[in-house]
Design a protein around this ligand. Structure first.
Ligand code: ADP
Ligand code: MG
Length: 252
């Protein structure tokens, strides 16, 4: 199953992504855990080694690979380079987790970053459309790594939303972007829910039938974040609602 997770900064994208990644591994399924948020923290929430995360180069910076895959840097952009070797070589493997960092999509003025962007696109295409492993993409609210082409491989998008006005506003804009990309299954996930009022608020602002779940505010999650310890080490660490969300995103 290929899942994209989006939402406002701080909403809990990396928390939900890490919980889903661990749900895959607890079910003995290999999974790509992709940090595609420029404000990258998925690796730390997963509890991977900080030094190894730091040393892993974001895909967008793999100039040498990008050059080689584009026939030595000519103007011809190969839209379908074979990226399987990249997927094998530039990934941090920890147990069943294959962790990688995308890096920021480059956009800008007169400069053309076609090569970098087509390379990222090729890697995403390989992961989302060609490979059998699960994928969890931890993305910013801009979901700018996705194109119409790669979005076809996203089976479910989860939009994490806190019960605040600005959270809801961002969730609505992510939902519009996802609709433009024609992602067919887009669900909201309420997070840091402290009361019935929080839940009612979200269900009054967004269609209730489009919620995959509501995750309570958890002191343990915050405590682990403070201490920098892995969010999930066993099934008992999965947050309420998470197993249902995992089951939903994995075709039950
Ligand atoms: N359900 C929750 N209960 C308590 N704290 C949470 C919960 N979800 C996320 N957090 C905390 O909120 C902060 C932001 O979460 P994070 O997943 O890093 O957000 P994002 O990746 O969307 O920026 C972190 O400190 C995290 O520990
Ligand atoms: Mg994050």
């Amino acid at each position: 199953m290929k899942i994209a997770v989006s939402g406002k900064g701080g909403a809990g994208k990396s928390t939900v992504s890490a919980q889903l990644v661990r749900s895959f591994t607890l079910n003995e399924r290999p999974v790509f855990a992709v940090d595609a948020d420029p404000d990258a923290n998925l690796g730390l929430v997963l509890g991977l080694d900080p030094e190894q995360i730091e040393n892993l180069r974001p895909l967008v910076e793999l100039q040498d690979v990008i050059e080689a895959k584009n026939f030595g840097g000519g103007t011809l952009v190969d839209l379908n380079p074979n990226v399987d070797d990249v997927l094998e070589d530039y990934i941090l493997r920890v147990g069943l987790i294959r962790f990688l960092k995308m890096g920021s999509i480059k956009q800008g003025g007169s400069a053309c970053y076609c090569k970098e962007n087509s390379f990222l696109n090729a890697v995403l295409t390989a992961m989302l459309l060609d490979r059998d492993e699960g994928v969890v993409l931890d993305m910013s609210a801009g979901i700018e790594h996705l194109t119409r082409g790669t979005a076809r491989g996203v089976e479910v998008m989860l939009v994490v939303v806190e019960p605040t006005r600005s959270g809801v506003s961002t969730a609505k804009s992510v939902d519009r972007l996802a609709a433009d990309l024609e992602i067919s299954q887009v669900y909201f996930v309420g997070n840091k829910i402290r009361s019935d009022e929080d839940r009612a608020y979200l269900e009054s602002e967004l269609p209730p039938e489009r919620f995959a779940g509501m995750i309570p505010f958890s002191e343990q999650v915050l405590e682990k974040a403070r201490r920098g310890i892995p969010l999930v080490t066993g099934r008992e660490d999965l947050l309420p609602g998470l197993e249902k969300i995992y089951a939903m995103t994995n075709g039950r």
